[in-house]
Write a protein that binds this ligand. Sequence first.
Ligand code: NAP
Length: 281
Amino acid sequence: MKAELPAVTLPGGRQVPALGLGTWHMGEGEASRAEEAASLRAGLDLGMTVIDTAEMYADGGAEEVVGDAIGGRRDEVFLVSKVLPYNASRAGTVAACEASLRRLGTDHIDLYLLHWRGRHPLAETVEAFEGLKAAGKIGAWGVSNFDEPDMRELLGVAEPARPAANQILYNLARRGIEYDLLRWSQVQGIPLMAYSPLDEGRLIGHPALEEIGRIHKATSAQVALAFLLTRANVIAIPKSGSPDRVRENFKASEIRLTSEDLRLLDEAFPPPTRKQPLEMI
Ligand code: NAP
């Protein structure tokens, strides 16, 4: 039997699994595209139905890989894409979304994010997002790489509308948000999407993760992901272009980290003791 993935409830009530699929660096080479699409489909087969992409990745190439992967099974997927900040004017956001929809081969994106803050006023981007939502081209909108002060400002600008998520860098080696943004977001009911949950692969083979992995018969990647799955309101989106590694990552959901495991992780990756500016990759 397939293990159940923990779920996160989005504002509006929709539930999505807390473990999804990243796509950065997909679509960069012709040779690997079929394998990349197969990896995403392997994830969907296991119920990892959140797929995260962006117009930026491979200049639209990653969105095309996603389009290939979800052909015929769009309804299973919670599709996330992002507009680049320099496109995020009122008209530019709409045009960027329509181009993404074409590459993705679908008529709607479930969650559309501003990739990071740029020069266009937030009010303009939010207005465009709300227009796209009213037109049924996106289901919800959100942001990425927003620290707590940015989020407060956004809430003021967007009122009464609200962002459905904030996608940020969060993994064992980058725990800064545990000082403030994580808790604030939980209180606000705004889910966080943890990007680079394996620190772009740098956490693989870390001795502390290997040690805990030995107890659970798990790999270092699985322990790193299991840590994020202990956090309420957080959706981790590891990327792998290999179906086997996607299946490996899925099995992180079968690990129950003990309080002793968490203590060892705190020792190896100390949580923040003061405010740290939000890190970004
Ligand atoms: P990541 O998921 O932390 O790590 C990906 C790397 O780890 C790849 O090199 C992958 O290689 C490797 N990997 C994955 N599973 C593995 C396993 N079980 N064992 C060994 N190696 C493994 O890094 P990321 O791609 O930067 O972040 C994930 C997603 O977050 C991105 O793909 C993207 O969708 C999103 N993201 C968003 C932002 C933003 O600004 N909003 C920024 C960065 C990333 P293989 O593919 O060869 O398996």
